[in-house]
Design a protein around this ligand. Structure first.
Ligand code: G3P
Length: 217
């Protein structure tokens, strides 16, 4: 499973990237706001650091402007994936940008029907938002399962990029279902290393080791 980091925090990306945990990065207008950085500058910095796809999102609402913004964002670096929203205009922009050889990530997907349209429009990635469906008492993981079945039935190559990840369990459930990618905040990727029994076991080892009076170095 590929891990994308869902942030525009350069230091956080670098820490995970140095450990080989980063296969790509996703950003959006809210994450750019949170970073306090200029979109073009921070995106370029991330693209220079990470070899995999870096999603940068358009903000226009009409296809023509989305395409213009997407082409501008794509000039930042060869590993840019242009992110467009799952609207009819977004699908139009997806088709146009994908036809010119650009990677497109179609975001804000909340239904299997939307995901099917994105695949037909040539999206490289579809971003179903799990957490936001859970927030309104629907099941985000059901959506991942449905898209997996549909894409496999027809051999669509669009990668399922599970987004709006809120927990370690989300990551593991997506891996079990067979999502191609999860994009998660850095804190969730780091939290995957935690287990209460690891902490307890280490405490015991440290206590017993102290009693031996030995040193390794
Ligand atoms: O990749 C999309 C993601 O950033 C949305 O996450 O937690 O704002 O729903 P969230």
């Amino acid at each position: 499973m590929k891990f994308f980091v869902d942030t525009a925090d350069v230091a956080a990306i670098r820490e995970l990237n140095d450990l080989g945990m980063v296969d790509g990065v996703t950003t959006n207008p809210s994450l750019i706001l949170k970073s306090g950085r200029n979109i073009l500058e921070v995106t370029k910095e991330i693209c220079d650091m990470v070899s995999g796809p870096v999603s940068a999102e358009v903000v226009a609402s009409e296809a023509k402007e989305m395409i213009a913004e997407g082409l501008h964002l794509a000039q930042i670096a060869p590993n840019i994936a242009v992110k467009v929203p799952l609207t009819w205009d977004g699908l139009t922009a997806c088709k146009a940008l994908a036809s010119e050889g650009h990677k497109v990530n179609v975001t804000l997907c909340f239904s299997p029907a939307q995901a099917l349209l994105a695949a037909k429009a040539g999206a490289s990635f579809i971003s179903p938002f799990i957490g936001r469906l859970d927030d309104i008492h629907l099941d985000g993981l059901d959506l991942i399962e449905d898209i997996r079945v549909i894409y496999d039935n027809y051999d669509y190559r669009t990668e399922i990029l599970a987004a709006s990840i809120r927990s370690v369990n989300h990551v593991i459930d997506c891996a079990k279902i067979g999502a191609d990618v999860v994009t998660a905040p850095p804190a969730i990727i780091k939290a995957m290393a935690n287990h209460v029994l690891t902490d307890k076991g280490l405490e015991q080892f440290n206590s017993d080791w102290a009693k031996t009076g030995q040193k390794i170095l």
